[in-house]
Write a protein that binds this ligand. Structure first.
Ligand code: FAD
Length: 474
């Protein structure tokens, strides 16, 4: 073979190999080719939302031997759990999630994270009842007696006992019984539950009378009542954000904070391979998460899920939700005494429920001069409108005489929890809304958890999530 023939053969061989390489099917997912190798994150499960259920799922899945990535839009994990640490006294104030159920599932979770817990002791509260529309103390308002409360609680409990599956989710009899669909105001009348209404409102923090009774039963259920009677748990340091800081320490870079999902590509029939692509913008640039399964924990509203190509069934279900507005804040205000809680009551309304939008209550924080303010609205409002309404209410406390020292409060922290409490109407529930919603689990490699799927209660949501994970792993 002459040298020139050898050169020609080498060139031909190289061209042949290049041709073969180009013709070979690539192992890489189509989208991966647009990313540098170091920007492609391959995981068993990608979790969207690093709040209560997202964080719980991430660590539980890791403990079951699965690799995970959590995409959280904020710069911290924890969602509705928020803690303000007073810089002077260093006292932590939980102004979001405060209490947990005394369940082994909860204490196991805290043990896993290395978080100490204690019984939540609610200090005796010196309460003023003020109609915040006028700022006048309602001296004629008499809270329900313990005897009346006990009686109503007994009747309510026997109603709850008829539907034990509600403890685990929206698991409803078929057909859905009318007594679950009827507006709560009618259930109150039918069973003489008058004494219980304001107490339920204090836990629900939203207008309850027109809601289908089902939602009140879900949110004021057997386990919650058990904990009201026997005591809730809270973190020993009274800093519930510690749960999420410890979780972040475990997850490390598997938690992508301050990160926004741009687009998710889910094949219509995902295989056991890594076939779901999640394009994410992060503080260190664009990343592609390639996962086998997707777990979505954020409120399932179409405008929030705009990064997802929703199936017709998903869109049909999620577009039926309505929601309320809910805001929390801590204000500095030296006029209001530190040892009182001011509840908003309606002087002339059924069961003295307050008229919303409005402040729900002004609470003690344990730090002199600082007060917790919770605000509810039946509809979405801008943060500025909420703040202005809070300021106007403080002015009314002064002119109405409930607190003559009330001046404008300074907002130390202010947080929107809107959209809150996703619900649908009685007709939708009757037409099998929750059956259709639960049938979405697993479609296109996507599983779901979070408050809309069960209840706004971390302990019960962690229990619900425990029920979702096995089918995700199957
Ligand atoms: C003020 C307040 C007080 C409460 N108090 C209690 C209490 O004492 N005890 C109790 O058990 N429950 C309480 N709750 C109920 C609470 O909602 C649940 O406990 C629980 O936090 C709900 O968990 P979740 O995972 O559904 O939502 P969250 O904990 O809110 O988590 C959702 C997460 O998703 C993130 N996210 C949203 N959109 C995106 C996106 N596009 N991409 C990525 N991430 C996104 C959010 O930032 C958030 O971190 C309270 C709620 C509020 C608002």
């Amino acid at each position: 073979m002459t040298p020139s023939t050898r050169t020609l053969l080498k060139v031909c061989l190289r061209l042949y190999l290049i041709g073969v390489a180009l013709a070979l099917p690539s192992n890489k997912h189509e989208h991966e080719r647009n990313y540098k190798p170091q920007d492609v994150i391959i995981r068993d499960v990608c979790i969207i939302g690093g709040g209560s259920t997202g964080t719980y799922s991430a660590i539980r899945l890791r403990d079951m031997g699965k690799s995970v990535a959590v995409v959280e839009i904020k710069d911290r994990l924890g969602g509705h759990t928020e803690t303000y640490i007073d810089p002077v006294s260093h006292v932590p104030i939980d102004y979001g999630v405060e209490f947990f159920h005394n369940l082994s599932l909860v204490t196991d979770w805290f043990t896993r994270l290395g978080v100490s817990w204690t019984k939540a002791i609610i200090p005796p509260i010196n309460t003023q009842n003020v109609d915040f529309r006028t700022g006048i103390i309602d001296a004629s308002y008499v809270p329900a007696s313990q005897a009346a409360l006990g009686q109503a609680l007994g009747v309510w409990t026997s109603l709850l006992l008829k539907y034990p599956t509600l403890n685990y989710g929206f698991i409803l009899p078929d057909p859905v019984p009318d007594e679950l669909l009827t507006p709560f105001r009618d259930t109150v009348k039918k069973y003489s539950l008058d004494a219980l209404v304001y107490l339920i409102f204090e836990f629900r923090q939203e207008s309850i009378l027109d809601q289908p009774t089902l939602y009140v039963m879900k949110n004021f259920g057997l386990d919650l009542i058990n904990n009201i009677i026997n005591g809730f748990l809270t973190t020993a340091d009274h800093d519930n954000s510690e749960i999420y800081q410890k979780a972040l320490g475990i997850l490390g870079t598997d938690a992508l904070l301050s990160s926004k999902v741009e687009n998710i590509d889910r094949p219509s029939s995902p295989s056991a391979n890594y076939t779901i692509s999640i394009a994410v913008s992060t503080p260190s640039g664009r990343k592609l998460i390639v996962a086998k399964k997707l777990l979505i924990t954020i409120p399932p509203l179409p405008h929030i899920l705009d990064f997802l190509d929703l199936t017709d069934a998903e869109r049909d279900v999620f577009s039926q939700f309505n929601f309320v507005g809910y805001w929390t804040s801590i204000v500095r205000h030296d006029g209001i005494p530190d040892d009182i809680q001011i509840n908003n009551i309606g002087a002339d309304t059924p069961y003295n429920l307050p008229v919303l939008p409005g402040i729900i209550s002004i609470t003690q924080t344990g730090v002199p001069g600082l007060h917790g303010v919770k605000f509810g609205s039946p509809y979405a409002m801008s943060d500025d409108d909420v703040k202005n309404s809070i300021i106007d209410t403080f002015k009314r406390l002064k002119t109405g005489g409930a607190d003559v020292n009330a001046t404008a409060p300074d907002f130390v922290v202010f947080s929107s929890h809107t959209p809150f409490d996703l619900k649908v109407g009685a007709d939708a529930i009757k037409a099998g809304f929750y059956e259709k919603m639960y049938a979405l689990q697993g479609v296109r490699g996507t599983w779901w958890t979070g408050a809309a799927w069960n209840v706004h209660d971390s302990s019960l949501l962690w229990a619900f999530t425990e029920g979702v994970l096995p089918s995700l792993l199957a």
